[in-house]
Design a protein around this ligand. Structure first.
Ligand code: PEP
Length: 263
């Protein structure tokens, strides 16, 4: 269902009215984790001022360590809904278990399946049933074929509103958190009609890599980027080293505006 054989034209997916797909370069930005109403609103205003059209923010955080901040849960969802009401930005947030899909879907505009759950088939099916677009991150150990098969689990439930997200894979390299597999963008685009965006924040894991990786993503034809921003990155409860400040995010958005029409 997600292959080009089934659907030769590349698809455009709409999230709260915002298009993601060919002929647009969608910037999704926001805090890695929702921490407080003020922090989330400030990050959303930074994102909007820079030209982002969707707000990201995690209320449920699947952290490597069980001792790390795990997210505010339903309180985080309420904050996101309030910030949407205030800024008009549609919301993308991660859901980490099948039993929570209905609740999360009642607050947001797009469900995110994270890299750690990319082959959680019960979760993929539940997301497919939820009636919202789904942002499907690539598993950090998934091949492109496994990733597209994960998308197929969502599509099989009758939901073709899926956006793929390349967010880096595990390699032997330790200089970056994960290795951004930039070739996955054109490869997946040849195989699948689904839009594909890139996450330069979670792949590189470092703020100074976000702009160069964004340039690379645009150059290979990605349909958008999803980036972390925080009003005070040094105080972030989650992934502060990769969070952009207001000036940084403006640079990303300017780069996108200049480069995208040239590609
Ligand atoms: C995220 O986007 O908040 C996230 C945790 O990303 P990933 O699943 O790619 O690590």
């Amino acid at each position: 269902l997600v292959s080009r054989e089934h659907h030769p034209q590349r698809s455009v997916i709409r999230v709260g009215g915002v298009p993601i797909g060919p002929d647009t370069l969608t910037v999704i930005a926001g805090p890695c984790a929702v921490e407080t109403p003020e922090q989330t609103l400030d990050a959303a205003l930074m994102a909007r001022a820079a030209g982002a059209s969707l707000l990201r923010g995690g209320a449920y955080k699947p952290r490597t360590s069980p001792y790390a901040f795990q997210g505010l849960g339903v309180e985080g969802l309420r904050i996101l809904a309030d910030v949407r009401a205030e800024t008009g930005l549609p919301i993308v947030t991660e859901v980490i278990e099948p039993g929570a899909v209905e609740l999360v879907a009642s607050y947001v505009d797009m469900l995110q399946i994270g890299t750690r759950n990319a082959q959680n088939f019960a979760l993929l099916q539940a997301a497919g049933d939820a009636g919202l677009p789904v942002l499907l991150k690539r598993g950090f150990s998934s091949t492109i074929e496994e990733w597209l098969m994960a998308a197929e689990y969502i599509a099989q439930r009758g939901n073709l509103d899926i956006v793929l997200c390349e967010r880096g894979i595990r390699t032997f390299e330790k200089a970056t958190r994960n290795t951004l597999d930039i070739s996955a963008v054109p490869v997946a685009q040849r195989l699948s009609h689904l839009p594909i965006i890139v996450d330069p924040s979670h792949s590189g894991g470092r703020r100074e890599l976000v702009l160069p990786l964004t340039r690379a993503a645009i150059a290979v034809g990605a349909d958008g980027v999803i980036v972390d921003v925080h009003p005070r990155p040094e105080e972030a409860l989650c992934d502060g080293p990769q969070a952009l400040s207001g000036t940084d995010i403006a640079e990303i958005a300017d780069t996108a505006a200049v480069l995208a029409p040239l590609m």
